[in-house]
Design a protein around this ligand. Structure first.
Ligand code: NDP
Length: 261
């Protein structure tokens, strides 16, 4: 299948690690030009080096998606670079492990702000460029937690549910010009889980043991965590013209872990 991504301009927030990096690599391989952002300059530099794309195909900009002025500057940099944006992948972020009992008000505000404004600010900043595209698509990287909250991720789950609602509203409001879809992730072996593995309680536990226990404890039918590449392939399809009649949809990428119908 031809995804028809050659020549498109894509923006991937949080493109310096994990799912965002894998998505950037795949979009580049499909012929798109990609602009990525992240907060950490060194991580961006390393990502740029590992991707090895020329300056007319890859732009890396330091930007915290929680800061509207930085997101606006990022959009202006993309405008100067290509004067176009066909694809926006809102991927930047991370989950918060917490229960209701140990989540204070500041943590609630921080989490709601991260989950909502990591979508709202980029959509607002890139909308004028997306409006000029003939194949515009927005993709929200979201989590299964939106529908299936976990007891140890109380405030992230609640925020994820709100984001899913927002995606539906955007899909209706922006149609027919811009398609808006979401992916619902289960557990993916990216930076977040690698950091948790590095900080594991029992430092003698091997990678295989630790990840195996994790997959078993979460009852993942495919018996493992997903790989960033497996998510990237779904993202590339949903943002491509090959998915031209898909909007307001959610695609679950979880190894079958959902229990809801
Ligand atoms: P990684 O930690 O590997 O990558 C996260 C990326 O987002 C990095 O490039 C990071 O760069 C960037 N980032 C984080 N916060 C910000 C910010 N405020 N502004 C700009 N960039 C930011 O994790 P994943 O690849 O797993 O995460 C990708 C998305 O998938 C996240 O939104 C995450 O919540 C979501 N997700 C992941 C799941 C999983 O199991 N892996 C499950 C469910 C959802 P830097 O730190 O330099 O800013």
């Amino acid at each position: 299948m031809n995804l028809d991504l050659a020549g498109k301009v894509a923006v991937v927030t949080g493109g310096s690690s994990g799912i965002g990096l894998a998505t950037t690599r795949l979009l580049l391989a499909e012929g798109a030009a990609v602009a990525i952002c992240g907060r950490d300059e060194a991580r961006l530099k390393a990502a740029k080096a590992s991707l090895g794309a020329p300056a007319d195909r890859l732009l890396a900009v330091r930007c915290n998606v929680r800061k509207e002025s930085e997101v606006r500057d990022f959009a202006q940099a993309v405008e100067r670079w290509k004067d176009a944006c066909d694809i926006l992948v809102n991927n930047a972020g991370q989950g918060r492990m917490s229960t209701f009992a140990n989540t204070d008000d500041d943590a609630w505000r921080e989490e709601l702000e991260l989950k909502f404004f990591s979508q709202i600010y980029p959509v607002r900043a890139f909308k004028p460029l997306l409006d000029r595209s003939k194949a515009a698509a927005i993709l929200a990287v979201n989590a299964l937690l939106a529908y299936q909250p976990e007891p140890y991720m109380v405030c992230t789950s609640a925020a994820r549910a709100g984001v899913q609602n927002l995606v539906k509203s955007l899909a209706a409001e922006f149609a027919p010009a811009i398609r808006v879809n979401a992916i619902m992730l289960g557990l993916i072996d990216s930076g977040q889980w690698q950091r948790r593995f590095a900080a594991r309680e029992d430092q003698n536990q091997s990678r295989e043991q630790w990840y195996g226990d994790l997959a078993r404890s979460r009852h993942i039918p495919l018996e493992r965590l997903g790989e960033p590449d497996e998510v990237a392939r779904a993202i590339a399809f949903l943002v491509s013209p090959a998915a031209s009649f898909i909007t307001g949809a959610q695609l679950e990428i979880s190894g079958g872990v959902s229990r809801y119908m």
